[in-house]
Write a protein that binds this ligand. Structure first.
Ligand code: SF4
Ligand code: SF4
Length: 375
């Protein structure tokens, strides 16, 4: 069953489709024992909704949690957004607090108790510091299928970066994202992966690419097999996804057995980002500076850079087009970030979710920065 990957088309509703996707790879009872604590790892990387193709759909999380409960397990959500975003603001904007409260699913937010664990056969790490509660924890991986500016694709294996504290995330970006992801796959072995491939992201992912409606749920017990099938579906040979290639000898492509929809029938071609060597070097430089900066100022360097409004993808109000209708303020999760009287954005409180940009019908909000999603 380890090499079985299910490709399930979204039919009727998300609830029945997710349950079918889980049943097709052996069912929840085959991986969860009564009384066990099961950590659910969604993708809440940034304050951008699942409908924009960025984060995991809440309905998938709810159904998976319900399946765990039905097997007598205890689901707990564990996730951390990208360093450049403030976690509480991301969770507030996405509605994570409302979701967990309404569905009575515990959410772990504080995990200062870290433990150092070895990375057997690691490419770039001999050891990693992880939250103590995750040592030998049973994890269900709930990634989003997207393209990625530095790793080409982000799905099951890359989603594990969100299990690390910020200090280790910096090391991951400095030592090389792909080799680090392969090492994470040596440490964390999720018991099940259920991919949200309903609305995906292509282009400049993981945050500001363009959404693609794929309408699929992809599941499997082996996350490397799942990633191989997902890369095929987005038209990217898995050998070009370095972290899959550097992986730990999980089933070869020939041994992956796909059930449900044949890959050939759902296969498409995503816009895969190709960034220059200078882009990748700049990325590493920012995280290197961040090591020192965060120690001195107790906040991440890139979060500081983005709050200046000069770096990253930011909204800008075009005075000549704006009629002060207020639609952007209504859409903004932190309305004090917008001053339409003065046609200004306060980049210190703006969380770069781009809801204002998407809400403005007069195209009076433009975006500054390299990555720009299509409207
Ligand atoms: S939605 Fe557009 S036109 Fe309306 S106030 Fe905002 S920027 Fe101006
Ligand atoms: S100003 Fe725009 S991008 Fe910034 S938080 Fe508000 S809606 Fe999001």
């Amino acid at each position: 069953m380890d090499s079985v990957v299910s490709v399930t088309r979204l039919e009727k509703n998300v609830d029945s489709s997710v349950r079918r996707a889980i049943d097709r790879v052996g069912g929840m009872a085959s991986v969860v024992e009564p009384g066990e604590t099961i950590y659910l790892k969604p993708n809440f990387v940034a304050p951008r909704a699942s409908s924009h193709g960025v984060t995991t759909d809440f309905e998938i999380i709810r159904v998976v949690a319900d399946e765990v409960l039905r097997c007598g397990g205890r689901p707990i959500i564990f996730e951390t957004p990208a360093i450049e975003f403030d976690k509480r603001k991301v969770y507030q904007a996405l509605g994570v607090y409302d979701f967990t409260r309404l569905n009575n699913i515990p959410l772990i937010e504080n995990f200062s108790d870290l433990i150092k664990i070895p990375v057997p056969g690691g490419k770039v790490f001999r050891s990693l510091r992880i939250p103590r509660i995750l040592d030998k924890a049973k994890i269900i991986n709930l990634p989003k299928l997207k393209t990625h500016v530095s790793a080409k694709m982000t799905c099951a294996m890359k989603n594990l970066i969100g299990l690390l504290p910020d200090s280790e995330k910096r090391r991951v970006h400095i030592r090389g994202v792909s080799a680090s992801i392969a090492d994470l796959g040596r440490v964390f072995k999720p018991i099940l992966t259920v991919v949200d491939a309903m609305t995906c992201l292509e282009g400049d992912g993981p945050t500001y690419g363009n959404k693609v409606d794929l309408g699929l749920i992809i599941s499997g017990r082996n996350m490397v097999s799942v990633d191989k099938v997902c890369s095929q579906i987005i038209g990217l040979p898995w050998q070009e996804v370095k972290y899959i290639d550097l992986g730990d000898g999980s089933p070869s492509q020939e041994n992956v057995h796909v059930v449900g929809e044949p890959v050939e029938e759902v296969k498409t071609r995503f816009d895969i980002p190709q960034k220059s060597v200078f882009f990748h070097l700049g990325f590493r430089l920012i995280y290197t500076l961040d090591v020192v900066f965060s120690k001195i100022f107790s906040k991440p360097f890139n979060r500081f850079l983005y709050s200046t409004g000069h770096v990253g993808t930011n909204p800008k109000i075009l005075r000549e087009r704006c009629d002060r209708c207020g639609d952007c303020i209504e859409a903004c999760p932190f309305p004090s970030a917008l001053n339409i009287e003065g046609y200004k954005v306060n980049y210190k409180s703006c969380i770069r979710c781009l809801e204002c940009y998407l809400a403005c019908k007069r195209e009076a909000i433009s975006l500054k920065g390299i990555s720009k999603p299509r409207k």
